[in-house]
Design a protein around this ligand. Structure first.
Ligand SMILES: C[S@@+](CC[C@H](N)C(=O)[O-])C[C@H]1O[C@@H](n2cnc3c(N)ncnc32)[C@H](O)[C@@H]1O
Length: 412
């Protein structure tokens, strides 16, 4: 009998030997995992901690759940301090979540059922949320969750009706999580003049390799884009109609310069590789390429006069972002005078992050890694950039997504 290879034949056919670039591009790239998912986890953490202190289990409905991504996200929220939780990594285990995923797509629902087969606490329901909340006959949920633009597939009128139904369904002190496409993202200046009263063209061409983003391969559909004012008005109006009190506990712009379409150039802005570069920073094998990491807003300058608040907010954010990139550039070539100047002219807390980066660079040889820039400093630069976004004081709808957590209370 000759040498046997059938194990390898199966392994190749199962896809284990394909080229893996998943950290630098694709659906679950580094930015999705370490920036976008993590921002959502950090916004939710204090609110979920509060709830878990009262009751150790969570009842969750995931609206537009895909194949159950919300369950993965919610069951992987890092604990705040290992001193308090030496025996666990995450705030709440998947087993402690009573999870119902609702999605329009039969294929998504089927995939979800396959992913979580044999898990009695997980179920999937196929339903159209634009026709209303399909689980209205069930006991209330603690968390009415949605992520990654699911509810932007609904018209503003349908989302308003859905919110009224959720407000009525929720018990005291439930949370509703919304993640909608932001109107004023630098990815799509062509949509800035719109309003949530009309749905506008959108696509997911970013999932295709750049060379394949040809008109015949791109499928366009319509989505609703939201400004912060429009979302707050929706929440207020729906709460009044449901006779509930609503408090917006979190309102934030997510993925301001790293949204997926920042590199497709399909919506009237030039394609720039910012997300790819942050993916490189986050990967332990690659360095970010500084010449491609600077944010240049000048192609959007024609909108400055019409949208002064958006323009100012984007410019403030870009100036901070670029000062981090300048600092890294100065650290790389050991220009200590420039490093000092940048740190001195920057207010806290960013100046503290800059000092930390300077310390890492100056102590690089202490780290037992092959390339300290790729493995240690790059990921921390990305975290500082993410921290800038998390620290934004006011949300306008100028990120890829507008993220909100609404606390539902009984009206007084
Ligand atoms: C961008 S995906 C997000 C999936 C998942 N939440 C995630 O975090 O990756 C949007 C999802 O919304 C679902 N969807 C779109 N329109 C819907 C509707 N009218 N009712 C229910 N689900 C819908 C789609 O089938 C899709 O699974």
């Amino acid at each position: 009998m000759g040498p046997r290879t059938e194990f390898y034949e199966i392994a190749v056919r199962s896809g284990f030997y394909g080229l893996d670039q998943s950290s630098l591009q694709g659906k679950k790239d580094n930015v999705r995992k370490f920036w976008e998912d993590m921002s959502i986890k950090l916004w939710l953490r204090p609110l979920i901690e509060e709830r878990l202190a009262r009751r150790p289990r969570l009842r969750v409905v995931d609206l537009g759940c895909g194949s159950g991504e919300g369950l993965e996200l919610l069951s992987h929220i890092p604990v705040r301090s290992h001193a308090d939780h030496a025996d666990r990594d995450f705030l709440v285990d998947a087993e402690a979540i009573e999870y119902a995923g609702v999605d329009l797509s039969p294929a998504m629902v089927e995939q979800g059922r396959r992913n979580y087969a044999g898990r009695p606490n997980v179920r999937f329901v196929q339903a159209d949320l634009s026709a209303g909340f399909p689980l209205a006959g069930e006991p209330p949920f603690d968390l009415y969750f949605s992520s990654y633009g699911s509810l932007s597939h609904l018209t503003a009128a349908a989302l308003t009706e859905l919110m009224v139904q959720l407000f009525k369904h929720a018990g005291d002190d439930a949370l509703i999580v919304l993640d909608l496409l932001g109107r004023y993202s630098p990815e799509w200046p062509c949509h800035w003049p719109g309003s949530n009263r009309e749905m506008l063209p959108y696509n997911m061409a970013y999932l295709l390799p750049a060379a394949e983003r040809t008109p015949d391969r791109i499928e366009w559909f319509r989505n609703t884009f939201w400004s912060a004012d429009e979302l707050e008005a929706l929440v207020r109006g729906a709460a009044v109609r449901a006779r509930r009190r609503a408090e917006v506990a979190v309102l934030a712009d997510r993925s301001i310069f790293v949204g997926r379409h920042i590199e497709t150039g399909l919506f009237g802005a030039p394609a720039v590789p910012l997300r790819y570069q942050v993916n490189r920073l986050l990967d332990h094998g690659y360095r970010g390429q500084l010449e491609h990491l600077r944010v240049n807003l000048s192609p959007l300058a024609e909108h400055a006069a019409t949208y002064p608040r958006v323009w100012q907010a984007l410019n403030r954010h870009a100036a901070q972002w670029n000062s981090v990139i300048e600092l890294v550039a100065a650290l790389m070539v050991q220009r200590d005078d420039e490093v000092r100047r940048l740190i001195e002219m920057t207010p806290a807390p960013l100046s503290d992050d800059m000092k930390m980066l300077a310390w890492l660079c100056r102590n690089g040889e202490r780290f037992p890694v092959a390339d300290v820039w790729a493995s240690v400093i790059g990921p921390q630069v990305a975290m500082v950039l993410r921290g800038l976004e998390l620290g934004q004081e006011e949300a306008l709808g100028c990120g890829h997504a507008l993220f909100a957590v609404v606390r539902v209370k009984t009206a007084e």
